[in-house]
Design a protein around this ligand. Structure first.
Ligand code: FES
Length: 108
């Protein structure tokens, strides 16, 4: 069982869009590295001993301002804070982990 990082306003889980659309409009987070980014986030969470579960979902409803506009990368959201990022690539993963660590330190 995964321990909650914090309660109340704290982070409960990290949600990563891995939706894969097909022709005629294949623009989607899953086709922009969604699974690779989810894998990288899971590794970084484990390496930093952050007890945050990660859930892969099919679409976070951010497509009109993200992948459907042709932006690269995926959408990541912290639940239940509502904080989300669009166009996340592997290079952004350390920054998300740092944000979670800051949030964790503030809510302890
Ligand atoms: S396909 Fe990722 S937010 Fe919709």
């Amino acid at each position: 069982m995964v321990e909650k990082l914090s309660n109340g306003e704290g982070i409960v889980k990290l949600i990563v869009c891995t939706m894969q659309r097909h022709a005629p409009n294949p623009n989607s987070c899953g086709n922009s590295g969604g699974h690779d980014i989810a894998d990288a986030l899971e590794r970084h969470l484990a390496d930093n001993c952050l007890p945050v579960p990660l859930e892969r979902v099919a679409c976070l409803g951010k497509c009109p301002t993200g992948p459907l506009q042709g932006s690269q990368g995926t959408v990541v959201q912290l639940y239940p804070t509502g904080k989300s990022w669009r166009g996340i690539t592997r290079e952004d993963v350390p920054g998300i982990i740092a944000s979670i660590q800051r949030h964790h330190a503030k809510n302890q």
